[in-house]
Design a protein around this ligand. Structure first.
Ligand SMILES: Cc1ncc(COP(=O)(O)O)c(C=O)c1O
Length: 470
């Protein structure tokens, strides 16, 4: 009864008061110093299917599916019900000394989808904690094996791996580290595998060769005995949906295997359907990592849950080591949360029961329709894979210079699209699209139509302001 009264109070609050309260008391993620603690963002009141409704009652297509996570769509009654049922049966149990049935069953179901001998799952609260867990596992693994020097981590430009200290230290997107510290002594950055930004005139094959050569030279220069892991997203998501050149990932995988470097595939975005499969590492890219991290789509965003799937080979090595009492002193209060695991199981039912097949069926249409936006002179490239794509705007197509046009073009497009009924994920000069996987062809047409109009209006604005002559 108390909960119902609270809900009524929140709903009765009204848009303007909520905005005011946020300005006075809420700190938003990724704020700037000038606005920290004094900012209100678009209020979202409801969601249904691929749509959300904002504080003014305007229905919007949820272009980014929340944060690449609402894979089966909003307001799925079966998911809400299973969360309610689990909370009524067992709302929480300590993972320190106990376990829930849901966590064991979910681990088995996830292991069944993971490639090769990746058959054990450690659950976390989200993506950052999944990456953090994998990195701390690598450190523990090498300590137990008597290789305490083998701890450096290879990461790449354009990467995003999280907001905890070590996971954030791997991030390679422009600006993320301008004002933030990181464990720089532990991380080595390699080039982004971004074909759009490859040297002009270079073939994709030569670009892949260049990236592989850089990787090999780095391993040689630093020494394989000092490098513990490579962490990479199969498709760099928040860096602008960067799809590496054909053959690059399997070649990096081989170098890692040959040099005893753990290959950690960060599938926080790509897993659970975004590429049409539960995991993309093997089904899409033909690689078998040592560890896969996941989050987001595992519960379609209905509950914060993430995790890592670990190779049996690594666990076996630990179990047979000379240090059986050495402890992987790492765990979270909400590891294996029963409500999260229960909703993830039902979400997996939905994915296996048709959503994955639907995503595979509509993905080519989604990519083809978005690609038509390259007709617009502000658009430098539209790229993507599965149901994730990025529209990258450039000041001029020849130089491909995004910075000259760095007048928050992504935000401007988003503002126009919002008026027209579409929420976009703006990223500096880019717009990322990753809708719920249940989107239909007709809804894709609506989405692309609005985006086209939003970009056209942005071009008009830029011309009027005299900052662009395209
Ligand atoms: C590839 C990748 N890894 C890790 C993370 C961090 O996940 P979370 O925000 O759930 O901590 C993200 C978040 O977007 C991500 O895209």
């Amino acid at each position: 009864m108390a909960a119902a009264q609270d809900m009524t109070a929140a709903n009765a609050l009204g848009h303007e008061e909520a905005v005011e309260l946020a300005r006075r008391h809420l700190i938003q993620p990724w704020p700037t110093a000038g606005e920290i603690g004094a900012e209100a963002r678009s209020l979202i009141g409801e969601g249904e299917g691929i749509y959300i409704t904002d504080g003014d009652g305007r229905r919007l297509i949820d272009g980014p599916a929340g944060m690449w996570c609402v894979n089966v769509g909003h307001r799925r009654e079966e998911l809400a019900r299973v969360m309610y049922d689990q909370a009524m049966q067992l709302s929480y149990n300590t993972p320190w000394y106990t376990m829930s049935e849901a966590s064991a069953v979910l681990a088995e179901r996830i292991a069944g989808h993971a490639p090769g001998d990746l058959n054990h799952v450690f659950f976390t609260t989200g993506g950052s904690s999944a990456v953090e867990s994998a990195l701390r596992f690598m450190q523990f693994y090498n300590n137990v094996r008597g290789r305490p020097e083998k701890k450096l981590i290879l990461s790449r430009g354009g990467a995003y791996h999280g907001s905890t200290y070590l996971s954030a230290s791997l991030n390679g997107r422009p600006r993320d580290r301008d004002w933030m510290d990181g464990a720089d002594d532990l991380v080595i950055k390699l080039s982004s595998p971004d074909p759009f930004r490859r040297p002009s005139g270079m073939s994709l094959t030569a670009f892949a060769d260049q990236l592989v050569a850089e990787f090999e030279e780095t391993v040689k220069r630093i020494g394989a005995d000092k490098i513990g892991a490579f962490v990479g997203e199969p498709v760099q998501a928040s860096g602008g949906v960067i799809v590496s050149p054909e053959g690059y990932l399997p070649r990096i995988r081989k170098i890692c295997r040959d040099n005893d470097i753990l290959f950690i595939s960060d599938e926080v975005v790509t897993a659970f359907g975004r590429l049409g499969h539960v995991f993309g590492s093997q089904d899409v890219f033909g690689i078998e990592p040592d560890i896969i991290t996941f989050a987001k789509g595992v519960t379609s965003g209905y509950f914060p849950l993430g995790g890592m799937v670990v190779s049996e080979r690594l666990l076996e090595e630990l179990r047979r080591s000379n240090h059986p009492t050495a402890m992987y002193a790492h765990g979270l209060t909400y590891s294996s949360h029963p409500v999260g695991c229960a909703v993830a199981l039902k979400n997996l039912d939905l994915l296996e029961g048709g959503v994955l097949a639907h995503a595979q069926a509509v993905a080519p249409y989604f990519q083809a329709q978005l690609k038509t936006l390259e007709e617009l002179p502000l658009v430098g490239e539209v790229r993507g894979l599965g149901l994730m794509a990025c529209v990258e705007c450039v000041a001029d197509r020849e130089s491909r210079n995004p910075l000259e046009l760095d007048r928050n073009v992504g935000m401007r497009i988003d503002a126009h699209c919002h008026e027209l009924g579409l929420l976009v994920r703006p990223l500096i000069n880019m717009c990322v699209m990753s809708p719920p996987l249940i989107i239909t062809r007709a809804q894709i047409d609506d989405m692309v139509g609005i985006l086209r109009e939003g970009i056209s209006r942005t071009m008009d604005d830029l011309r009027k302001e005299g900052v662009w002559r395209g």
